[in-house]
Design a protein. Structure first.
Length: 228
């Protein structure tokens, strides 16, 4: 499925996130979730409780990425780079992003950010992911994506994707994004521009996953900058 990029952009501007329904087919979701047990595909494994990140675990893919992950990372980057450039212009930030992901990765690698960041996450009953930001070095692409690989209500219950928006001199706003298997949510890594009565201002964003009530939940995370 090809996202409706105009709608994605409008939802990101209005709500700080955008859902793309059915981006991955069920068979592709099942294959990616099953890959979690193939240690040869990953460069590192993180047990969240050991670092105070929550409960559950995740693994970062090694290069070369699996074909479906590479295809998604390449296809999503171009349209998101155009949105990111508009956001930076609105915020008065000089940095601009090239239209091709390979060119952006070359920028990351020249700065010593060489390690791939796409990841698979696995949650069991009682697991959760604390609110956080995926910052891995000097170069940070402003948007990222998460795709739900499991079936809510069948494979698991609970485990909702959550965003918070910290607004200047105001209370934080929360957004819960309902996802079905194969759905993608696109959201800011760090901050986004918001239009206020006195012009454009920057709001800080964090994301996480609420407590799993039962079952098992797998998610694919697509981050566009590499890590140091």
């Amino acid at each position: 499925m090809t996202p409706d990029w105009q709608r994605v952009e409008e939802e990101l501007d209005a709500f700080g996130c955008a859902r793309v329904a059915g981006l991955l087919a069920p068979d592709d979701c099942a294959s990616l979730a099953a890959a979690y047990d193939d240690a040869g595909q990953f460069r590192s494994r993180i047990v969240m409780a050991r670092h105070g990140f929550g409960r559950g675990e995740y693994q970062y893919f090694r290069y070369p990425l699996p074909d479906p992950v590479q295809a998604l990372r390449t296809a999503l980057y171009g349209p998101l780079a155009a949105i990111a450039n508009r956001w930076h212009a609105a915020l008065g930030i000089d940095e601009r992003y090239p239209s091709r992901h390979a060119e952006y990765l070359a920028r990351c690698h020249a700065a010593g950010q060489l390690r791939p960041t796409p990841l698979l996450l696995r949650y069991g009953e009682g697991d959760y992911n604390c609110l956080h930001q995926d910052l891995y070095g000097e170069h940070v692409f402003p948007l990222q994506a998460a795709l739900l690989l499991s079936r809510p209500g069948t494979d698991f219950t609970g485990g909702e994707f959550v965003l918070t928006e910290q607004r200047p001199r105001m209370q934080s706003r929360a957004e819960v994004v309902p996802l079905e298997q194969g759905d993608c949510v696109i959201f800011p890594v760090h901050h986004r521009p918001v239009h206020g009565t006195r012009g454009v201002y920057r709001v800080n964003m964090r994301h996480g996953v609420s407590r799993l009530r039962s079952g098992s939940r797998h998610t694919l995370g697509i981050i566009f900058h590499d890590a140091t």
